[in-house]
Design a binder for this molecule. Structure first.
Ligand code: HEC
Length: 142
């Protein structure tokens, strides 16, 4: 009688452990599927392509100076000294269209529906990066 009870107890524990292992395996599969799906969307381009793109002129004084000039002639009409006017403040941490290099580039290059013109016909890729380098340099400084 006593031995059977011990045996029953043991079987129960094994069953519980088996359940736990099964759950762990299921969770692992779920995690792997989620990771796979995520990689899939990235490859398909649902996530903005090149979100990892970095500004090649970031922090370079000469480029920032050139970006400043471009900003004064093309952008300050609406963005004033960067803090906004007709356009939004570009020196704070709030970005309507995202604040990553890739997103800010896309905004300037392609324009945005709320009155931000597209500059790709007027500014080279390098010029856009330089103006972004300038914008980064005045973050919270104005
Ligand atoms: C004719 C006015 C005008 C000019 C000139 C202009 N902008 Fe804008 N800009 C706007 C407006 C208006 C918005 C907001 C658009 C919206 O809300 O859809 C904007 C938005 C932006 C944003 C997005 C801000 C955010 O929060 O996501 C950036 C970056 C920007 N402008 C940079 C520039 C740069 C750099 C230049 C010069 C090359 C420039 N703008 C010239 C009017 C202008």
């Amino acid at each position: 009688m006593e031995a059977r009870r011990i045996l029953d107890f043991g079987t129960m524990r094994n069953a519980r452990r088996a359940g736990f292992v099964a759950l762990a395996v299921l969770m692992l599969i779920a995690l792997m599927t989620a990771a796979g799906l995520h990689a899939g969307t990235t490859a398909a381009g649902t996530v903005p392509a090149g979100k990892e793109v970095k500004n090649p002129f970031e922090g370079r004084p000469e480029a920032i100076k050139e970006g400043d000039k471009i900003f004064d002639t093309k952008c300050s009409e609406c963005h004033m000294d960067g803090t906004g006017g007709a356009g939004p403040n570009l020196t704070d941490d709030t970005w309507i269209y995202g604040g990553s290099d890739a997103e800010v580039f896309e905004t300037i290059s392609g324009g945005r529906k709320g009155g931000m013109p597209s500059w790709k016909g007027e500014l080279s890729k390098d010029d856009i990066w330089k103006v972004i380098a300038f914008i980064r340099s005045i973050a919270y400084k104005k």
